[in-house]
Design a protein around this ligand. Structure first.
Ligand code: AMP
Length: 124
C-alpha cells in the first residue's frame, strides 16, 4: 500500500493502535472510512483528529494509493465531523502535516480540525 519513496507503514504507530482498540480515544465520529477523536494535546478549544481506517503513512501515501471511494469517504467524514460538532457557523481550520519539514509526528495520515476561537491567519 505504501508509495515508492515513502517509509513503509508502521503497524505499531499510535493511531493504528487506536484503530485496533488497543488504546482508548475520545471518539467524536466513526463510519466505514474514518475515525475522529479529540487530540490528546489540544491546540485550540476544539482540536479533533480525523484518520482514515486504511493504513496510509501520510497525505502523500493516501492521495496516491487510496482508491477513490476511500478518498471521497474520508473527506466526507471530515465534513461530517465539522457539521456534527456545529463548527460551520463560526468556521474551522483543516491541517494535515506531511513529512519532516511539517513536523508530522504520527505516521498514519490524519487531518487536524481546529475551531472554537479566532485562529489567526495561516501559520503562526
Ligand atoms: P502531527 O504532528 O500532525 O503528526 O500530529 C499528531 C497529533 O497527534 C498531535 O497533535 C498529538 O497531540 C496527537 N496525539 C498523539 N497521540 C495521541 C493520542 N493517543 N490520542 C490523541 N491524540 C494524540
Amino acid at each position: 500500500m505504501a508509495v515508492t519513496g515513502l517509509p513503509p507503514y508502521d503497524e505499531t504507530n499510535v493511531f493504528a493502535r487506536i484503530l485496533r482498540g488497543e488504546i482508548p480515544c475520545k471518539k467524536v465520529y466513526e463510519d466505514a472510512y474514518a475515525l475522529a477523536f479529540h487530540d490528546i494535546n489540544p491546540q485550540a478549544p476544539v482540536h479533533v483528529l480525523v484518520i482514515p481506517k486504511g493504513a496510509y503513512v501520510s497525505s502523500a501515501d493516501f492521495l496516491q494509493a487510496a482508491p477513490d471511494h476511500e478518498v471521497a469517504g474520508f473527506f466526507r467524514a471530515v465534513g461530517a465531523v465539522a457539521r456534527q460538532l456545529g463548527l460551520e457557523a463560526k468556521g474551522y481550520r483543516l491541517l494535515a502535516n506531511m513529512g519532516p519539514d511539517s513536523n508530522q509526528e504520527v505516521p498514519h495520515f490524519h487531518v487536524h480540525v481546529f475551531a472554537g476561537r479566532p485562529l489567526g491567519r495561516m501559520l503562526p
